[in-house]
Ligand binder design. Structure first.
Ligand SMILES: CC(=O)N[C@H]1[C@@H](OP(=O)(O)OP(=O)(O)OC[C@H]2O[C@@H](n3ccc(=O)[nH]c3=O)[C@H](O)[C@@H]2O)O[C@H](CO)[C@@H](O)[C@@H]1O[C@H](C)C(=O)N[C@@H](C)C(=O)N[C@H](CCC(=O)O)C(=O)O
Ligand SMILES: Nc1ncnc2c1ncn2[C@@H]1O[C@H](COP(=O)(O)OP(=O)(O)OP(=O)(O)O)[C@@H](O)[C@H]1O
Ligand SMILES: N[C@H](CCC[C@H](N)C(=O)O)C(=O)O
Ligand SMILES: [Mg+2]
Length: 488
């Protein structure tokens, strides 16, 4: 139970009707979750306006309502608090509710189109290996020094974020690494958090359904760096043309990492094989199990972050060489007989798909086929569909288009959008198999000695969402099972 007045600390108020010196139970922004004694925050969302549900929230027992627009009818014994920006107020209230836990640990945020989960998960592993109590907030899971908590979002809502940070503080966590998505920045899910560092991986095509233009998407990402305090570091990829742009208005210490540009943290690829990467990082040797040029960026970024957080270079390099890959990111399975390799990867943007295919093409040595199984999500950016299909077709020997979370869309309509991106010359090597399990089965059946199968788009996911219904689905389990026939 918390005092409402304390929760409103730093929230800029327009009008208050009723007492604020009252006890409230929980902070809710969904009327369906309200219990007696809660405070309801009405948010104007992307689908509906939460103001519609004020009466319902009050009927369910809300003792206070925070809103932007006052209703004509106001219930007695309920406090109404009017603000200009309810999303911002929610974030501040969420932080106040848990006594601003982000100030009690060292929180680093990672933003960018691709590589956030990889970078944050590697940082989590690295800091744990070096003996620190560590936390992680990522697309795959939330980790509180080893304790796993399932998650649905990359960057959860601010009440959830602060509740996890509070649990981390209570567990004595020193460092927390979190993914900062563009939706998270735009919807103020990270407002009020105290970061000691911010990192930027790259910016390429994604989420143009939500942000409308690339410039708007870029500007939203930059807002994360604008909010960093002067004691924080801001470490950005200088080989990406937006790496410097992110830092234009930040107060934080500006730092860069790159493979192709001279900056603070530099790496050179000495070797890039299926076994891993050999790098020269600021003139020191580094070996890692991570594969491909894009992972050279991820590894260099975590090295820079660790040094900025005050760790010793030698022990960081040594610990990085022991880190394992990240679940569903270039995770591969090789058969004993026939030597067929299947790679499950979370590439769900044009750039990620291109990177993964180029990596496979660069490190494959034999005269084998590369078979790609890929789909595009429903109810998400439709403009990336033909682009991803074109990339898959031009960089593979055989392509099987299939479904990847059609959500509420017709799966075949999504596949038609993808097929439209394939050049006439590539058509003869493409197949469309709507059912994803059958698509994977087809790829395995077509594979011959030494062939490589890439199954892209779902990575760590354990479900497939069709017609709005989620059912169990796991690319890794399915392909591992199908490959058993070659191991007998
Ligand atoms: C488009 C989007 O981002 N939507 C998110 C947003 O919901 P919204 O505010 O738009 O919701 P809305 O349905 O319009 O409802 C408005 C308000 O009315 C309330 N309501 C609604 C119905 C009702 O009966 N009573 C009620 O009170 C809702 O709780 C809400 O507060 O805020 C919610 C709470 O934080 C999120 O759960 C929800 O995520 C949806 C489910 C989603 O799919 N989001 C994805 C796109 C997303 O956020 N992805 C990013 C990036 C992914 C990546 O690239 O890694 C992520 O960070 O996960
Ligand atoms: N630094 C990088 N640059 C480009 N592509 C990358 C990079 N790191 C990983 N990838 C590719 O992008 C895919 C997604 O990686 P990851 O899950 O780390 O990204 P993310 O930013 O967390 O994605 P999301 O926005 O869905 O949370 C990987 O499976 C890989 O194909
Ligand atoms: N966080 C990303 C994940 C996409 C993963 C892909 N499997 C899909 O469902 O489209 C998004 O919501 O756009
Ligand atoms: Mg992620």
């Amino acid at each position: 139970m918390r005092n409402l007045k304390d929760l409103l600390y730093k929230v800029s108020l327009e009008l208050v009707i009723g007492p604020t010196d009252i006890d409230v139970e929980q902070v809710q922004f969904d009327s369906r979750a309200i219990r007696k004694g809660d405070v309801f925050i009405a948010l104007k969302g992307t689908a509906v306006d939460g103001h519609q549900f004020i009466e319902k929230a009050v009927a369910s027992g809300a003792v206070a309502v925070l809103l932007e627009d006052l209703p004509d009818y106001q219930a007695e014994h309920v406090t109404y608090i009017q603000v200009n920006k309810a999303h911002k107020a929610l974030a501040l209230i969420g932080a106040n509710y848990y006594d601003n836990p982000s100030k009690d640990l060292k929180l680093v945020g990672v933003t960018g189109t691709n590589g956030k989960t990889t970078t944050t998960s590697l940082l989590y592993q690295l800091f744990k290996k070096l003996g620190f109590k560590t936390g992680l907030i990522s697309t795959v899971e939330i980790l509180i020094d080893g304790k796993v908590i399932p998650t649905k979002h990359t960057t959860p809502d601010p009440v959830t974020i602060n509740s996890h940070l509070a649990a981390m503080r209570d567990a004595g966590v020193d460092y927390c690494f979190m993914e900062v998505s563009s939706h998270g920045i735009d919807q103020q899910r990270i407002t009020g958090l105290h970061f000691v560092g911010g990192m930027f991986t790259n910016l390429t095509h994604d989420h143009l359904d939500y942000h409308k233009t690339f410039a708007e998407y870029r500007d939203v990402k930059k807002r994360f760096f604008d909010m960093l305090p002067s004691e924080a570091f801001a470490l950005t990829n200088r080989d990406d043309k937006n790496g410097e742009f992110m830092l234009q208005n930040t107060k934080a210490r500006k730092l860069g990492y790159a493979l192709k540009t001279y900056t603070d943290y530099r790496a050179q690829i000495i070797e890039n094989q299926f076994g891993g990467l050999q790098l020269k990082v600021n003139n020191q040797e580094l070996w890692t199990k991570m594969i491909g040029e894009f992972n050279a960026y991820n590894v260099l970024a975590i090295y820079g972050c660790a040094i900025e957080l005050g760790l010793e270079s030698i022990e960081v390099l040594e610990a990085i060489s022991q880190l394992d890959g990240v679940s569903g990111r270039f995770q591969y399975f090789t058969t004993a007989a026939q030597h067929i390799t299947a790679i499950v990867d979370y590439a769900h943007t044009p750039d990620a798909l291109k990177n993964v295919l180029e990596t496979i093409n660069a490190i494959r040595t034999r005269n084998e086929k590369l078979i790609t199984v890929v789909g595009c999500g429903g109810d998400r950016d439709t403009s990336k569909r033909p682009v991803m299909a074109n990339i898959a077709a031009s960089l593979s020997d055989l392509i099987i288009f299939t479904s990847d979370n059609p959500r509420t869309e017709n799966p075949d309509a999504i596949l038609k959008d993808m097929e439209a991106g394939v050049e006439a010359i590539d058509f003869k090597k493409t197949l469309t198999v709507t059912d994803r399990k059958n698509a994977i089965k087809t790829a395995v059946q077509m594979a011959q000695q030494n062939d490589i199968i890439l199954i892209a788009g779902k990575g760590h996911e354990t479900y497939q969402e069709i017609n709005g219904v989620r059912s169990d689905f796991n690319d890794r389990l399915i392909v591992a099972d199908l490959l058993k026939q070659f191991n007998k």
